[in-house]
Design a binder for this molecule. Structure first.
Ligand SMILES: [Zn+2]
Length: 394
């Protein structure tokens, strides 16, 4: 059994025991065996190990957990982005453009895109990445999207209800029946989660409830795209169905915030349903950002994710989302880094990632900086010096 000691860590973010909400330890070391953290403590008292990785006095934090990404697609929508920046509004209608390109692509083309983006994210410190389907929208195309996604992640999500495809435009009830029946049956073997885009112009609350309940009955966990483009019933539907996460949360009523706060665990460890905020989408659609402060002040657990997709948020950078959350959403740097690591883990109902403590997966990032503060303080700078996933540096 080979062991690896990461030592000479100037500032270690554990998200566990230590100082402040990030559980910070100074002059620390982490011992890794068989892909797991087995010891965390002062560098001076570190046990011997077969190999050593010297962090050089820099900051080390848990790898980012990106709990919301759409990587299985073909084509790009750079022209749509340019038009939007020139003043055209975002309506979500461009999803159909990507659906056409995705259906026309070969398996190998889709696989190459997923691998390219997954690799791009990993180099930027993302050690866990959820991947959704949702650009196939036929039984065969959704199943193959998830089959390909499952090659790169265990956190795969069936999003057959991303948008009603053009061929069902005048009979959405029939499409929902397809999603709940044969499409779910073909997708479920490769999916851990079910998701619906519950929004005006996409799926209404009755359709969303039917699809999520069918997914639940097939053994999938629930997540939902809710309250992105305007107020709506999505967040409260998510709470009703014990969703692990309600995502976007840009337009919330007091009742929505209360419903999320009402899912609080009795031990004070946050809420059972997490609000996942996706500031890359507001950035790339030039829209108002969600009110993170209001959620945090109400005791709601908040996660940050990229929403990486070719239309409304084509970034794979969690550090960029951290910087946006701090600058534009009034999260403190500590809150934003927690939300991008431990928060993402909560949004996936995982306790083995997003934290550096004995028993956790050895997923960590060595920064080219003395403190996690630099992630927001030095936006756009490649500060990810080294990434370790499952105890291995890729
Ligand atoms: Zn999304």
């Amino acid at each position: 059994m080979s062991s690896l000691l990461v030592d000479n860590i100037g500032e270690l973010v554990t998200n566990g025991t230590g100082e402040g909400p990030l559980g910070i330890r100074r002059d620390a070391a982490v011992l890794v065996e068989e892909g797991r953290v087995v010891w965390v403590g002062p560098s001076a008292y570190a046990p011997a190990a077969d190999r050593r990785l010297d962090a050089g006095g820099a900051a080390v934090l848990p790898g980012f957990v990106d709990s919301h990404a759409h990587l299985v697609f073909a084509g790009d929508r750079a022209a749509e982005f340019a038009a939007r920046m020139a003043g055209e509004p975002y309506t979500g209608g461009g999803i159909r453009t990507t659906v056409g390109a995705t259906r026309a692509a070969t398996d190998d083309e889709l696989r190459a895109t997923v691998r390219r983006l997954r690799g791009e994210a990993l180099r930027q410190g993302t050690t866990t990445m959820e991947i959704k389907s949702g650009y196939g929208l036929t039984v065969a195309d959704e199943a193959r999207s998830l089959r390909i996604a499952a090659e790169s992640s265990t956190e795969t999500t069936f999003l057959g209800a991303h948008v009603v495809p053009a061929e069902y435009a005048d009979r959405p009830d029939d499409y929902v029946e397809l999603v709940c029946g044969p499409m779910l049956a073909a997708a479920a073997p490769y999916a851990k989660w079910v998701d619906v885009f519950c929004e005006q112009g996409a799926f209404d609350v009755d359709h969303a409830r039917a699809i999520l309940a069918a997914g639940q009955a097939a053994g999938l966990g629930v997540r939902i795209h809710a309250n992105q483009l305007g107020p709506g019933p999505g967040v409260q539907l998510g709470v009703e169905l014990d969703a692990a996460s309600v995502d976007h949360c840009t337009h919330l009523s007091d009742a929505d915030v209360d419903a999320l706060a009402g899912t609080a665990h009795s031990d004070g460890s946050g809420t059972r349903t997490v609000a996942t905020l996706l500031p890359g989408a507001e950035f790339s659609t030039r829209s108002p950002y969600p009110d993170a402060r209001r959620l945090l002040d109400a005791g709601v657990t908040v996660a940050l994710a990229t929403d990486c997709n070719p239309g409304s948020s084509y970034t794979s950078s969690m550090a960029f989302c951290v910087a946006l959350a701090v600058r534009e959403m009034r999260m403190t740097p500590a809150e934003a880094v927690w939300a991008a690591t431990a928060g993402g883990a909560r949004a996936l109902r995982r306790d083995d990632i997003g934290v550096l403590a004995p028993g956790a997966r050895a997923d960590l990032v060595v920064l080219d900086a003395p403190s996690y503060l630099h992630l927001a303080y030095r936006p756009g700078v490649p500060l990810i010096h080294q990434v370790m996933r499952n105890g291995v540096t890729p």
